[in-house]
Design a protein around this ligand. Structure first.
Ligand code: FES
Length: 126
């Protein structure tokens, strides 16, 4: 059996939503101390709906595929739904990740949570 699903390979080779949103409403950056990989997530939010999302990853192939899939899953979703996104859901949407690569999908979940927290904080500060 191939180590990585076709979906993982597809999102690794052609990651969706790579880049930066200059006037983002929420930005989250997280890292994994063990592997040293870093992920940054940018959200554009209107009326509590995620209208655009972009990411930058200095990380492994699974991290790239996970963040790409995660952005697809939350784009167009209300903030309340995006908050519920788990790394398991990301891995499932990718038709699975090897066990020792599950932490890469955790990075995607944490980056989104961190960007949403930043958004909520900015909203409260307004
Ligand atoms: Fe670090 Fe994948 S090995 S995120």
């Amino acid at each position: 059996m191939a180590l990585y699903s076709e979906k993982v390979m597809d999102h690794f080779r052609n990651p969706r939503n790579v880049g930066v949103i200059e006037d983002a409403d929420g930005i989250g950056e997280v890292g994994n101390a063990k592997c040293g990989d870093i992920m940054k997530m940018y959200l554009k939010i209107d009326d509590d709906v995620i209208t655009d999302v972009k990411f930058e990853t200095f990380g492994c192939g699974s991290a790239i595929a996970s963040s790409s899939m995660a952005t697809e899953l939350i784009k167009g979703q209300p903030v309340s739904e995006a908050m519920k996104l788990t790394n398991k859901a990301v891995a499932e949407a990718l038709d699975g990740l090897p066990d020792y690569k599950m932490h890469c999908s955790v990075l995607a979940e944490e980056a989104i949570q961190s960007a949403l927290e930043d958004y909520e904080k900015r909203k409260a500060d307004k």
